[in-house]
Structures are given as C-alpha cells and as structure tokens.
Design a protein around this ligand. Structure first.
Ligand code: NAD
Length: 252
C-alpha cells in the first residue's frame, strides 16, 4: 500500500463521519497504513464504539458538527486522549436533494444547514487542530489535511445548488489553506463523483448515469476513495490539489 506502516506507527488520524460510507473506508485504510485512528459520527454511538473495538488503539468520539461547541470539543477530546494529531480528514457532510431550477425550495435554512456542516465545521476543526498539526509535523513527514468535497464542487452538477456551492467553497478553502499553512501542513481535497454508500443507495438516476456514460461504467467503491486518501496522506509533497475521482464522467 501507499503508506509505510512503520513510519506511521504512533501517528494519529481523525476521520470525521467515519462510522459509514467513505469515512469508514478511509479509517480502515489509514489503520492499515499504521495510523492510530479516531472515529467520529453525529449519532451512531453504538456502531462507532463497536467499530472502534475492532481496530487496535482506535477510539470513537461522538460530536454534532452543526454545533460549534461540539466541533471544538472534538479536537480537545482527541488531544486529551492522544496528545497529538497528524492527519485530519474532513469527511462528514450532508446533502439536500433539490432540483437546480427550484430556487424557493433551496431556502435560506437549507443553505445555512449545509454551510454549517460542510464548510464551517471543517474550517473550525482545522483552526482548532492547527497548532497540534504543526507540532507533530516534520520536514520528512508534514502533517496533512484531506477534505472530502465532491465533483459537484468542480462542475455545475450535484444533488442541489446549495450542496454544490458548499463543496466548491470547501475546494477553495483547500487551496487557500494549502498556501497559508505550508510547509508544516499539506492541504488537499478529493472530489468524488458517485460513490456506493448509504447516502446514494436510492439515487437510481445517478447510478444509471454512471453506468451508461462514465468511462469506468460505474460509481466508485468507498475503498477506492480511501485509496486516494491514503496516497495523499503518504505524500510528503503534494499540497493544494483537488483530486477529481468521478470515473471520468467529466470527460463526457
Ligand atoms: P454517509 O452518509 O455514509 O456518511 C456521512 C457521515 O457524515 C456520517 O458518518 C455522519 O455521521 C456524518 N455527519 C453528517 N452530518 C453530521 C453532523 N451534523 N455532525 C457530525 N457528523 C455528521 O455519506 P458518504 O457518502 O460516505 O459521504 C461522505 C462524504 O463524501 C460527504 O462529505 C459527502 O458529501 C461526500 N461525497 C459523497 C459522495 C457519494 O456519492 N457518496 C459523492 C461526493 C462526495
């Protein structure tokens, strides 16, 4: 695999939204890469604790990322337990399915709710984690942030305009912070197309689109997105990149 297990021993990775879907796959992959992983979710406490018990040294922390107090507490809890943080994966995110031409349905409440979880929470997590990430960084192994955005943040697509706009904002935050947190902290994003997760189970049209039109003829498996996260974490040099992982749909 892409990361050296021994180099990562004792290094700590927090993956938000990691009891299901893409986040769970990233947690499993980073554990395989030698990291001590911190699992997190909003509500599925029993599932999080069960998952943590199956992974050596893993802990689970519950926090609702729409609440800034809980966002800050999440980083404090990681640091009080492990005393360090090396990798932050901002994976937790929410969606709203609204036709792009139905402007009224995309109300101010929808915008605020999506912005809170998809943009402001990652921002605060990074701000709260910055000092710990700088402390654990070395020239050979800079600390690393991976933001999970979406192809909808790159192209005029996606479940709704507010969702796409939050992911575009997260991409822009990624490049701005890559400039400003370097060289101690690298910041990259992965922009997946369709991924087979609980969030997309019922997206019949999207599954048909990827099957019929994308060069890879299917959506991604969570493990395939996790592999990209692992590559980004393993790099000591890449920063400010938005990796589009849509099976080539953007080419059509
Ligand atoms: P998922 O529903 O399986 O996981 C989402 C996670 O986010 C859950 O663990 C949930 O607990 C967490 N979360 C949601 N709201 C939260 C809140 N208020 N506080 C704390 N945690 C919260 O979804 P997934 O498909 O694995 O999505 C993971 C990420 O990938 C999201 O950011 C999503 O936007 C992005 N993404 C997914 C796809 C896809 O096709 N599945 C495509 C592009 C981008």
């Amino acid at each position: 695999m892409s990361s050296d297990q021994n180099n990562n021993r004792g290094r700590v990775a927090l993956i938000t939204g990691s009891t299901s879907g893409i986040g769970k796959a990233i947690a499993l992959q980073l554990n395989k890469d030698g990291f001590t992983v911190v699992l997190h979710s909003r509500t599925s406490v029993a599932e999080g604790q069960r998952f943590a018990s199956q992974i050596p040294n893993a802990i689970y922390i519950q926090a609702d990322l729409s609440d800034q107090v809980q966002v800050k507490r999440l980083i404090l809890d990681v640091l009080s337990h492990h005393g360090r943080l090396d990798v932050l994966v901002n994976n937790a995110g929410i969606n709203a399915m609204i036709p792009h031409n139905d402007l009224k349905q995309a109300s101010a409440e929808v915008w605020r709710e999506l912005y809170e979880v998809n943009v402001i929470a990652p921002w605060t997590l990074i701000a709260e984690a910055e000092s710990a990430l700088r402390q654990s960084s070395t020239q050979a192994c800079p600390s690393c942030i991976v933001n999970i955005s979406s192809h909808a943040g790159v192209r005029p697509k996606g479940a709704s305009v507010p969702y796409a706009a939050t992911k575009a904002a997260l991409n822009h935050v990624t490049t701005l912070l890559a400039l400003n947190l370097s060289p101690d902290i690298r910041v990259n994003a992965i922009a997946p197309g369709l991924v087979d997760t609980p969030m997309t189970e019922k997206w019949v049209d999207a599954h048909r689109l990827w099957k019929d039109k994308s060069p890879m003829r299917r959506g991604a498996k969570p493990s395939e997105i996790a592999y990209i996260a692992s590559m980004l974490v393993a790099s000591s040099y890449i920063t400010g990149e938005i990796i589009l992982a849509d099976g080539g749909l953007n080419l059509t």
